[in-house]
Ligand binder design. Structure first.
Ligand code: ADP
Ligand code: ZN
Ligand code: ZN
Length: 740
């Protein structure tokens, strides 16, 4: 027998499987983790298939044998994951290597701390005597110690492994060292202390009943749970999970951000205790390994986590919930560029499970499928306890300007803020721009200060009183210029206030106000996030000012005012989804006000008060927004009526990038141009044409059905990728959510 092996190389994922001989003393199955000789090294890989001798790919060189198989259950790939890998490869046109990296059990990623042990036939003569006794005494040695303490080179180490003097023992690793006191042990909740389910409201009960029926049906179904913030969606999730568990199934709960996993986990632990496992990218390797194994050992049957938790090794999955399903974080923005909902649906089909997509503002893609009756809609129209949604006032900033008012705060916002301060309540101010001012323009020639490497305008930051210009993409910094680089004029003006300037204006205009500013610049240190939110929660500040990161999930009882300083920032980004993003963001931010007993108010400042996204957000009117936006999408034949695949072609030399892009464009034309309703746009500079000195071109392809273009897309891409003449990087983004 021959094993077809996907090799595990992080640095350079390869797009093929390698054939290896299975020696008699090694027993492998499909999914086994194996050590294999690869060039001069020994690396790990996974057996994806077993075939007869004559079915091998006919490599010219003789096949080499597998060194050994790691038999621990936790180290092998479940058959379902091999299906997932094939799906990732097929759907997102990624390499086998990238697909493997995505579904791998976490322990193999902890190699830095893995230990080398002596193999059975190692003897002192093959190693240095001191080294031999060290390894013997400590029952293993890490790579770091080998290199740092014994001065062993990587090459020497690989050689010993190849000669079977040393063996890498991955299984060993996880059991060594001090036992971690894991977060789930901190919060041990005894059976009898678990919180019980709340009696459901009528709307919740209706939604729950439908889910419960579907959970017992044993058929794959997708539901959309559409409910405003505070309408009790989470309570429905909790009870649906309970229902799935009682039917002997497991459940997966996905949240859009790590910050929100903490809140959600606490709530889930109170209900389910130690059956919860948590997976997200901020766990240490060891923590992730332990959580993963608790799932494999079936000690945990409810998983709460962010994006990558969709690959949790649960068996008998009954329910997969994606909370805030419209969030962009559910799209992976590196290879493979998967969409969580699609992976969820793949797994749900495999397990005949139920998928629930929850949101106050479902994505257009999702609602479109409801219209097409592919998904079933469940609605929670009101907040629990009939708490009203906050009143939203839209302020026309053009009118303010005409009145000669140039403050960052309009009269209505100023008034509302004063009232909040007077009543000793709290306010949240939202502005999705960090820095002091966002653009520096010459008044004479109109030139903007841009990054020398990125074709992006520079943002002015105040750093300890001094002004510096910064590029938000590459970190380039330069002093504030005194002259225009284009015409030499000294008449340079700043536009577009960022959070720093708003903070300054707050302090100047509202005496004694205590402000916490949260943006990338203030939350860089570990724990800063939690500390700031804690301070605000305890009432140590009056105003929480911040970017995107304060839009979601926050729940503070004393917040009675939410101010959106400039609603236009997201409206004018060059993306056909700009209106949708703006609407979602405004509804989200507005949801932060008046969540408890105090009534809330929202003030939205904008230069486009007549825009339908803003008008709909003012009335919390999803249906109206949906109808208007869908008409616009239909007219343009944009998603959800079509799907988009984007290619990004990048190279240090503009000519190479352009030429590669043009060749790819021609290849796409010859593969796909005869297909009906397929639109292939010419290669054009990407929305950021140059980033860190690299030139970027993009090609956009729109089509009604992926099935019909898949072969052609893939062939064109592979041909250009494989052609030796081109050295540009090509990224493919199937079902692109954001433009490059
Ligand atoms: P959402 O997830 O839609 O924002 P939640 O499930 O968090 O809504 O519910 C909002 C608040 O209402 C929470 O404090 C929750 O405990 C409470 N709640 C939810 N359902 C009920 C219910 N049936 N009876 C009483 N309180 C409820
Ligand atoms: Zn100028
Ligand atoms: Zn830059």
């Amino acid at each position: 027998m021959i094993a077809k092996v996907a090799v595990d190389m992080r640095a350079k994922p390869v797009d093929r499987l390698y054939d290896y001989i299975i020696p008699d003393h090694v027993s492998v199955e499909v999914g086994s983790c194996v050590e294999i000789p690869f060039g001069q090294r020994v690396i790990t890989g996974y057996v994806l298939a077993l075939i007869d001798e004559d079915g091998s790919s006919g490599d010219s060189h003789p096949l080499r044998p597998i060194v050994r198989a790691l038999t621990a259950e936790a180290s092998s790939l479940h058959p379902e994951m091999m299906g997932v890998m094939a799906f990732l490869k097929d759907r997102y046109l990624c390499t086998w290597g990238a697909a493997l990296q995505t579904v791998l059990p976490p322990m193999t990623r902890a190699k830095a701390s893995a230990r080398y042990v002596l193999s059975e036939h190692a003897d002192e003569g093959q190693l240095d005597a001191a080294l031999f006794s060290y390894i013997k005494r400590y029952k293993g040695i890490t790579k770091k110690t080998l290199i740092d303490k014994f001065g062993i080179t990587k090459r020497q180490l690989d050689m010993w492994v190849a000669q079977d003097v040393l063996q890498l023992d991955i299984r060993h690793t996880a059991r060594l060292g001090k036992k971690r006191i894991s977060s789930h042990e901190h919060a041990v909740t005894r059976e009898e202390q678990l919180e019980s389910a709340l009696p459901l409201s009528i709307a919740q009960e209706e939604a729950y009943q439908q889910l419960s029926v579907a959970l017992h049906e044993g058929k794959m179904r997708t539901f959309v749970l559409h409910g405003v913030t505070g309408s009790g969606k989470t309570e429905v999730y909790l009870q649906a999970i309970e229902c799935a568990l009682q039917a002997g199934h497991t459940a997966l709960m996905l949240v859009p951000e790590i910050a929100l996993t903490a809140q959600m986990t606490t709530r889930f632990r109170r209900r389910f205790g130690q059956r919860i496992a948590v997976l997200h990218s901020r766990l240490s390797d060891r923590e992730r390994y332990e959580e993963w194994n608790r799932i494999v050992r079936k000690e945990a049957d409810v998983v709460v986590g962010a994006r990558s938790a969709i690959f949790a090794p649960l068996s008998h999955v009954g329910l997969i919930i994606i909370d805030e399903e419209h969030e962009q974080t559910y799209k992976q923005e590196s290879d493979p560029r998967y969409v969580v909902r699609e992976v969820a649906e793949w797994r749900a089909k495999y397990h005949r499970a139920v998928v629930v997509l929850g949101s106050a503002t479902p994505s257009l893609e999702t609602m479109y499928r409801v219209e097409r009756e592919r998904y079933t809609l469940l609605t929670l129209p009101d907040r629990i306890g009939a708490r009203p949604l906050a009143e939203v006032q839209v302020v026309d900033m053009r009118a303010e300007f005409r009145k000669g008012l140039h403050s960052l705060f309009s009269e209505p916002l100023k008034l509302s803020l004063e009232q909040v301060l007077e009543r000793e309540e709290q306010a949240i101010l939202f502005l999705n721009r960090r820095g002091y001012t966002t653009i520096l323009l010459c008044r004479d020639c109109g030139a903007a200060a841009t990054c020398p490497d990125c074709d992006l305008s520079l943002t002015l930051h105040k750093v300890q009183g001094a002004s510096v210009l910064r590029c938000h993409f590459c970190g380039h910094m330069e002093p504030l210029p005194t002259h225009c680089v284009n015409c030499g004029s000294t008449r340079i003006r700043q536009f577009g206030a960022g959070t720093q300037k708003v903070e300054q204006a707050l302090v100047e205009q509202f005496s004694g106000v205590r402000v916490i500013r949260m943006d990338v610049d203030t939350t860089g240190t570990k724990g800063a996030h939690e500390r700031m939110l804690g301070e605000f929660e305890r009432g140590e500040a009056d105003v929480l000012l911040g970017t995107q990161m304060i839009a979601k999930g926050l729940d503070f009882g004393r917040v009675t005012l939410v101010g959106v300083v400039a609603a236009d920032t997201s409206l004018h980004i060059p993306d056909f989804r700009a209106a949708e993003r703006t609407f979602q963001l405004l509804v989200q931010v507005a949801g932060r006000a008046g969540r408890h007993d105090l009534p809330g108010k929202v003030v939205i400042q904008t230069f486009s008060p007549d825009h339908y996204a803003i008008m709909a957000a003012q009335k919390h009117d999803y249906a109206q927004f949906f109808v208007t936006e869908m008409a616009a999408r239909k007219a343009m034949q944009y998603p959800p009526y079509t799907e988009i695949t984007q290619f990004l072609i990048a190279h240090d030399t503009e000519q190479v990038a352009l030429q590669t892009a043009q060749t790819l464009h021609e290849a796409l034309l010859s593969e796909l141009s005869l297909q009906k309703d397929v639109r292939i746009f010419a290669a054009v500079p990407a929305s950021v044409p140059r980033l860190r000195g690299v030139y970027r071109y993009q090609i956009t392809v729109l089509y009604p059905s992926f099935m019909r273009v898949k072969e052609g897309l893939s062939r064109a891409y592979q041909t250009v990728l494989g052609s030796a003449t081109f050295h540009a990087t090509i990224v493919v983004d199937v079902n692109a959510q954001m433009l490059f």
